[in-house]
Design a protein around this ligand. Structure first.
Ligand code: FAD
Length: 518
């Protein structure tokens, strides 16, 4: 059975016994990728339960450096998570709710530590939101039963997606592997069940004696960054001002986006020199904003007060958030994508290159293709890259350089502030044509045309590739072929590491060979 089925059956089989357990001293919410107080399903249920039984609510978050390793969490993302925890701790403290944060060395010890803490606090009701990665689903499936053996009721509920995996299937009962019909089903499901977009209330205040009762939990501090994920003080300052953390910051950003930019989203979202998108992905990834709140807000701002129809910018933005749901459904339905396998098995036979020099040039933004280099330097500097550019550099790595797409997938996870396994894996599968509903393998982005179309005046390139600052006009897209070779060389801009036409031919041949096609 798939891990999601293991969890669902554990929850179903234990349901009656869990319901019989009477609440003892406290109810506990276990935070993972849902670091917010508002519109948090499990937190809301935990608070309701605590309130109805007149006991306090305790929140906990367990960090394991091994977890960061296993998920390839980027240092910039670790920093963002820890800063978010600081804000969350303060937000919860205003409600007299303690957030206890602890580090455990070995990730497999986390379930045991969760049980120990519950015992220590005399609590026997645990709430958490489900995550769809394989290890997490298996862990939770085991823990639901493990808890019951100790007389603890554990509830794991759906929260991270607007429509949860398992809710949508085609007429023949199969899971969708193509986005468009899936999106129609997603839209119909949301429209038929408007309560799906009702937001969960923030938790209620704890009884007033909770402060004294849990003094040591309130006093606990946010752990230090694990050694191998540390960033310099300059980076800390830079990321701190670029990416303010916490749910108020997320709501502020959402408010500004819906007021100023969502209307123009459809028209402007593909131009990386502009601030045309929401830049909310880091908040969705660590849960300081829920996808439900975002879609709810978009609907409220739509002239139709519905998800469909009305403002094209709003419709397009909703459909982009739905991509996030789509890739989480893919992960839950086809968990082997978590195991370094392409979604389409026939793509296993493509022979990739492992040219380290090419890979290094790509990572450092020194390929000689200005749009690719600008994008990679944006990633390295800001921990974020514009979506259009993610597709361009993804296609360039897999098709122009014929490097194994998993090298790019990994590099992204190690450097993105919004690194999310499902979306990243989906994006790489799309760009390399090995994934679910990808662009066809013979569609090979021409980086020069992409550059001319989406960075028309070259402002994005000039911002991120200072060597080319002085190159005027269209030559910015292709300095070596447009009579500016001397200037580009003098400024130290690298020559192209591969030729576009030859790479294109090599790629088509290699993909055809791998797929066994004429
Ligand atoms: P907006 O345009 O404002 O969109 C709003 C939200 O919708 C985003 O924050 C995101 O949650 C979701 N979204 C938008 N586009 C996509 C998409 N194509 N797939 C999934 N969700 C989407 N997104 C991540 O959150 N984490 C990743 O690790 C990640 N890796 C990617 C790798 C590749 C190769 C590609 C092509 C795309 C990847 N994306 C990833 C998707 C997308 O690039 C980012 O979500 C987007 O650029 C974030 O910027 P934004 O918040 O301004 O997005």
């Amino acid at each position: 059975p798939r891990p999601i089925e293991l969890l669902n059956s554990a929850l179903l089989e234990t349901q009656a016994d869990r319901a019989k357990i009477a609440v003892k001293n406290a109810v506990v919410h276990w935070y993972k990728c849902d670091l917010r107080t508002k519109d948090n399903h499990a937190l809301h249920l935990a608070s309701e339960k605590a309130k109805s039984k007149g006991v306090p609510l305790i929140c906990m978050y367990i960090v394991s450096p091994q977890d960061f390793e296993a998920h390839l969490t980027a240092p910039v993302r670790v920093d963002f998570i820890l800063r978010t925890l600081e804000v969350l701790k303060a937000d919860l403290a205003k409600l007299d709710i303690p957030l206890y944060v602890e580090t455990v060395e070995k990730r497999k010890k986390i379930p045991q530590r969760v049980l120990e803490l519950l015992e220590e606090w005399g609590a026997n009701h645990l709430y958490t939101n489900v995550e769809y990665e394989v290890d997490e689903l298996r862990r939770e499936a085991k823990l639901v039963r493990g808890c019951l053996e100790k007389g603890i009721a554990m509830d794991a509920v759906a929260d991270t997606c607007v429509v949860s995996p398992g809710e949508l299937s085609s007429g023949s009962g199969k899971q969708y592997a193509v986005y468009s019909p899936w999106y129609r089903a997603w839209m119909a499901h949301c429209s038929g069940k408007p309560s799906l977009l009702d937001l969960f209330d923030a938790p209620q205040k704890n009884p007033s004696n909770a402060r004294h009762q849990f003094l040591n939990l309130f006093a606990s501090s946010i752990p230090e960054t694990p050694e191998n994920k540390r960033i310099t003080s300059e980076e800390k300052k830079r990321f701190g001002s670029m990416w303010p953390a916490g749910e108020d910051a997320a709501h502020e950003r959402l408010k500004k986006f819906t007021k100023d930019r969502i209307g123009g989203y459809q028209a402007r979202r593909n131009f990386p020199a502009e601030i045309g998108t929401s830049s909310l992905s880091c908040h969705f990834a660590c849960g300081s904003l829920s996808a439900r709140t975002a879609v709810h807000t978009a609907r409220e701002n739509n002239s139709t007060k519905k998800l469909d129809g009305g403002d094209p910018g709003i419709q397009t933005w909703i459909s982009e958030i739905a991509w996030r749901d789509f890739y989480k459904h893919v992960l839950a339905n086809w968990p082997y994508v978590c195991m370094n396998k392409p979604f389409k098995p026939e793509y296993t036979n493509i022979t990739w290159e492992y040219n380290q020099e090419h890979f290094r040039a790509w990572c450092e933004g020194k390929t000689g293709y200005p749009i690719v280099d600008a994008a990679m330097r944006q990633l390295n500097h800001a921990g974020w890259m514009h979506n259009r550019c993610r597709m361009i550099v993804g296609s360039f790595l897999a098709k122009h350089l014929l490097l194994d797409w998993r090298m790019g997938e990994r590099y992204f996870m190690e450097h993105l502030i919004d690194g999310d396994f499902a979306s990243n894996n989906g994006g790489w599968g799309f760009s390399a044509s090995t994934g679910v509903d990808p662009q066809p393998y013979f569609r090979i982005f021409n980086p020069l045309l992409q550059s001319e179309k989406f960075d028309i005046d070259g402002d994005y390139i000039r911002k991120w590739v200072p060597e080319l600052e002085g190159i005027k006009g269209k030559a910015i897209h292709d300095p070596y072929d447009r009579g500016n070779a001397k200037e580009a060389e003098k400024a130290g801009y690298p020559k192209r590491i591969v030729d576009h036409k030859a790479s294109r031919e090599r790629c088509l041949t290699r993909y055809k060979e791998g797929l066994g096609r004429e």
